[in-house]
Design a protein around this ligand. Structure first.
Ligand SMILES: Nc1ncnc2c1ncn2[C@@H]1O[C@H](COP(=O)(O)OP(=O)(O)OP(=O)(O)O)[C@@H](O)[C@H]1O
Length: 306
């Protein structure tokens, strides 16, 4: 059963079409929704939560109809909004307990769930301090905790890495991956950065101007290429010369040597070359495509998969 399925979903605001004839289905796991600012990501989330009826088309979330079963969808789906929505003068604990109570949990269960969830998202002693004094990273964690506190089957995370520094982004992305794997909760996460979602998602949906550009498993985007990446501690140029002399197509790129894999013997030639020169091999692995490279290339016959 797909966790999300849309059929001809269209949303028109006066003067702007936010979504246009969007038909897509995704299975459980960590799903990335990528698009530039204004592509229609937040609009799609609001429609999927049953908060805003589309102009036309249909959609189901966890097999529940957005037109008729919005309330049941919201019982089973957590939502982390993009915008700032936290009260500054209460603590994270008070806020998340309140949200758990709003979801129908009795007082003791709400307190226990809130404590567990805040710990899972990495908020410890600071959870007793007013939210007003929190960093952006801490606020994002509180928003995430309130989305998870009622133990949903699926969470929608709208731009969770927004405003975070590189270390904060990495931590948030790792947390999102854990939600999908350790906690077993499916995730729909939006970002305008394709590269960061590639790292944590099983499947990527790309929209542009409200239209579906691509929907594909990440593994299919990042299939291994015919290039071998080799890194040695020192002696990169020496090795490059030796391998070229053995008939391999070699080119340096930064600290690495990129070598075209002719056949199985390529691996042996590299191993022997490194050993004969007495170099220290740090890395030898088959290069993987990144999603961004796929998009930089002109669309081939299999380019668009609606
Ligand atoms: N309530 C509204 N009334 C009018 N236009 C709207 C409304 N909500 C969204 N839009 C427009 O619809 C388009 C899609 O907006 P949406 O917020 O869904 O994009 P997004 O991909 O989430 O972008 P961002 O990352 O900037 O939030 C934009 O052109 C936006 O201005």
């Amino acid at each position: 059963m797909p966790i999300i399925a849309t059929q001809g979903l269209t949303m028109r605001f006066p003067g702007v079409t936010a979504l246009e004839d969007l038909t897509v289905a995704v299975d459980s796991g960590v799903v990335g929704l990528v698009g530039a600012n204004g592509a229609g990501k937040s609009t799609l989330i609001k429609i999927l939560l049953g908060l805003m009826p589309p102009t036309s088309g249909h959609a189901a979330v966890l097999d529940l109809d957005i037109h008729r079963q919005g309330e049941r969808i919201r019982e089973r789906v957590g939502f982390m909004p993009e915008y700032e929505c936290l009260p500054p003068d209460v603590s994270a604990t008070e806020f998340v307990v309140h949200m758990a109570r709003m979801c129908g949990l009795p007082p003791t269960a709400a307190r226990e769930r809130a404590a567990d969830t805040l710990r899972h998202v990495g908020l410890y002693e600071e959870r007793y301090r007013p939210i007003g004094g929190y960093s952006t990273g801490m606020r994002q964690r509180v928003k995430l905790a309130q989305a998870l506190v009622h133990d949903p089957q699926l969470v929608f995370l709208d731009e969770p890495t927004n405003g975070l520094d590189p270390a904060g982004r990495d931590e948030m992305l790792a947390l999102i991956r854990r939600i999908g794997t350790e906690f077993g909760i499916s995730v729909l996460v939006t970002s305008h950065l394709l590269g960061e979602l590639e790292r944590v998602c099983d499947h990527i949906v790309i929209i542009d101007g409200g239209k579906l550009l691509r929907s594909q498993a990440v593994a299919a985007f990042t299939e291994v290429s015919g290039t071998l990446v080799v890194e040695v501690d020192e002696g990169r140029d020496q090795l490059s010369g030796k391998l070229a002399g053995s008939g391999l197509a070699v080119r340096p790129e930064g600290r690495f040597l990129l070598i075209e894999i002719a056949d199985e013997s390529t691996f042996d030639l590299v191993r022997d070359g490194v050993a004969e020169l007495g170099l220290r091999l740090i890395r030898m692995e088959q290069h993987r495509h990144h999603i961004e490279e796929v998009f930089a290339a002109p669309a081939g016959p299999t380019g668009v998969t609606p």
